[in-house]
Ligand binder design. Structure first.
Ligand code: ADP
Ligand code: MG
Length: 696
């Protein structure tokens, strides 16, 4: 299976290179290059039944083979006649001069191709041609392989030949099956080697019913497909289950007191009533905190669903029990915001500290190490070397999809002595069920699927840029009615200077539109004190228009802001647009969002149409997934999404669920020798395992 393809009969160096460029370097790789469809070519027709435009297989003897001279350089023609018992049909081949040279005359041949109407009547155009006793392309259910692009000669017919050579070079019945027999039987699956044979030579392994089911093969629903799909998904789910085991098998070392006194404090801290979904999430978290192992839980909920308060209450549980907590956010702006609001909420009872790259309050680290600071809020600065907690008990990670697994594990390491703190990770990127299983298969999940009361939907309009003047007229209306406005401009934040310059430019442009209204600009590379001043100005209402980059995408919370203009909206992804819009519609007043766009690609148009039509984060995520595919939605590296060879996350949802259940319930019950080959395989699977385990 590990034989390089260059050693395979009939391949040769040039083609081996083409295959290698397409990611196929060994016999195993080639065997996993599966047909994307199957053509039933079993029926052989008499030549008198040839019809224009219909592809069919014929069998007979060739005669009159000759090369025709043409004027066009690099173009050749071979003509001949195919005769069977019923009649004869002319045959023509383009650019296959060797066919004239071969001693084909008189032999028994199978030709498969499409007839066309020519001047002299019907003729067969460019058929495959092969000896009847060794047919590969015809008189069978012919696999059609996705062409390997780039080089010449790697169309379906060549691939059929290479695969035939590959199948001849290994004895698939001797290949080790890594899945236990029971597991295969339970799902009605063939062994790996048999599955490959069935996929490349469907007729060689008649299934129970007798004949291969071409329709099932074409829908990727044959048992053989099932074996490969399930196998890949099971390996992934098993790796996730092992990761989960490794992360949570440790016994709990942190203990919390949950009693009436605590409940009283929580009631006093709470500025509002929790929604039912928030209560449920909080209960799941508190149950975990009292469980036998460290918590590892994902709290997911759409933008504005109120995750922060749930995390804050969990932190209260920790601090009331005399422990330390951490709250990590992906941007300085967001960390500062959280610090400000957590201080408002908890500052009277507890001592908080802000840890960011730019905040350098003297003595802060010492106060954290001594245990004086009870809650550390910050960015990546929290996981730097030299930042030490006295006893970290509960770590919260906000917008977890912005962090790698490695960062999560560094934060976990901050408890020290090999002990594990409880972890709560949060995300506002609502992940479709499918992806949740894949990317977060190792986490327990709580979902807040309800918005706090009194929210009004954000009226969203998508408009071409030429209607800017009217849009800003309506923005002025909002301002006159007392509203506050975000204007978002797209720009890659390469450097602080660049960001500042183009925001300045945007401000100049807007000055005439918004004359007289106090504006301020905000970007991520601004010095922290300045950024804080701007945010405070906007939160207090002193600043009425905030012109910002996408720094405001995550977490910013100013409920009085009721209007947003997104400039050049075509440059943002769907999920990002949804996050941005989540900054408005946070208070009781109705909000609106204008997305101004320039020229749209087809995809861009689709994206903006979805954006305007719904505010349901889950629907947006599903649509995004359809438009972009799973890797892009989560960011393959960060989410640790594996690249599969055969499985497809969305289509193969049913197999994914079975694999997840088996990884969690069935496999742990197997004996060690039964599990060993599978575990070895999981450990060897470099494609994604390393990134997943060690962080990307
Ligand atoms: P997200 O889930 O996007 O992080 P936040 O935690 O920032 O959302 O909450 C959004 C806003 O909703 C905040 O202003 C918060 O104070 C408010 N909020 C959260 N829960 C409730 C609730 N149960 N009732 C009223 N307002 C709430
Ligand atoms: Mg948030």
């Amino acid at each position: 299976l590990n034989t390089p393809l260059s050693l395979l009969k009939g391949v040769g160096p040039a083609r081996a290179r083409a295959l290698w460029e397409a990611g196929l370097s060994t016999v195993e790789d080639l065997l996993l290059h599966l047909p994307h469809r199957y053509e039933d070519r079993r029926e052989v027709r008499p030549v008198t039944e040839a019809a224009a435009g219909v592809s069919a297989t014929f069998r007979g003897r060739l005669s009159g083979l000759r090369r025709i001279r043409t004027r066009r350089r690099g173009f050749s023609l071979v003509r001949g006649v195919l005769r069977d018992g019923t009649g004869a049909i002319p045959v023509v081949w383009f650019n296959q001069p060797y066919l004239a040279d071969q001693a084909l005359e008189g032999g028994d041949y199978l030709l498969h191709g499409t007839a066309r109407e020519a001047k002299v009547g019907l003729e067969l155009l460019n058929p495959t041609c092969e000896p009847a006793e060794r047919a590969l392309h015809s008189a069978r259910i012919a696999p059609v392989y996705p062409a390997v692009s780039g080089a010449r000669g790697l169309g379906p017919a060549s691939l059929r030949r290479f695969l035939d050579a590959a199948l001849e070079s290994v004895d698939l019945s001797q290949v080790e099956e890594i899945l236990p027999r029971d597991v295969l039987d339970r799902h009605g699956l063939p062994a790996w080697g048999d599955a490959l044979l069935a996929l490349h030579r469907p007729e060689s392994r008649p299934e129970a019913a007798g004949l291969p089911d071409v329709e099932a093969l074409n829908r990727r629903r044959s048992p053989a497909h099932g074996r490969l799909i399930y196998g890949e998904l099971l390996e992934m789910q098993l790796a996730l289950a092992l990761l989960r085991l490794r992360e949570t098998a440790a016994p709990r070392t942190v203990h919390y007191q949950v009693d009436d006194r605590l409940r009283g404090i929580v009631r006093r801290v709470l500025p509002f009533r929790l929604t039912a979904a928030q209560k449920r999430a909080l209960k799941e978290i508190v149950d975990d905190l009292r469980g036998p192992h460290p918590m590892l839980r994902l709290l997911q909920g759409d933008v504005g669903s109120g995750k922060t308060i749930v995390a804050a209450l969990a932190l209260v549980v920790a601090m009331e029990s005399g422990h330390q907590g951490a709250f990590m956010a992906p941007t300085e702006l967001l960390a500062e915001q959280h610090f400000a609001s957590l201080r408002r909420l908890l500052g009277e009872r507890y001592r908080l500290g802000l840890f960011t790259g730019t905040s350098a309050e003297p003595g802060l680290r010492e106060r954290l190490a001594s245990g004086e600071i009870q809650l550390a809020v910050g960015t990546h600065a929290l996981i730097q070397e030299g930042v030490e907690f006295q006893r970290l008990a509960l770590a919260v990670v906000d917008e977890q999809h912005r962090f790698g697994v490695r960062q999560r594990s560094l934060l976990r390491g901050k408890r020290g002595r090999g002990e594990q703190p409880d972890m709560l990770v949060m995300t506002a990127t609502p992940i479709p069920r499918t992806l949740a299983l894949t990317a977060w298969g190792d986490l327990e999940v709580s979902t807040i699927d309800e918005l706090p009361p009194g929210r009004t939907p954000v009226a969203t309009e998508v408009l071409p840029a030429k209607e800017r003047a009217e849009v800003y007229q309506r923005v002025r209306g909002e301002l006159e009615a007392g509203g506050r406005v975000y204007v978002v401009v797209p720009l890659i934040e390469e450097s602080g200077r660049l960001a500042a310059a183009s925001l300045k430019e945007a401000e100049e442009r807007l000055r005439s539109e918004l004359a007289g209204w106090p504006c301020a600009t905000l970007h991520g590379k601004m010095p922290a004190p300045e950024r804080e001043r701007v945010m405070q100005g906007f939160a207090s209402g002193e600043v009425r228009v905030l012109i910002a980059t996408t720094v405001i995408e995550v977490g910013v919370d100013v409920p009085e802001a009721t209007c947003m203009v997104i400039e050049s909206a075509e440059r943002f992804g769907l999920a990002q647009l949804h996050q941005l819009r989540g900054r408005v519609g946070r208070g009781p007043r109705p909000s609106r969002c204008f997305a101004l766009h320039g020229r749209l690609s087809e995809e861009g148009e689709k994206r903006l149409a979805v954006f305007a039509s719904t505010q349901d984060g889950f629907r947006i995520a599903e649509e995004d997934l359809k438009i972009r595919g799973p890797g892009d939605v989560l960011g393959t590296r960060q989410a640790g999404l594996p690249r599969f060879r055969v499985a497809r996350l969305i289509e193969d949802w049913d197999w994914l669920e079975r694999a997840r259940d088996d990884a969690r319930e069935v496999l742990p019950k197997l004996t060690e020798p039964e599990m060993e080959p599978l575990l070895r395989r999981v450990a060897e699977n470099e494609v994604w395992n390393r990134e997943r385990m060690e962080g990307g």
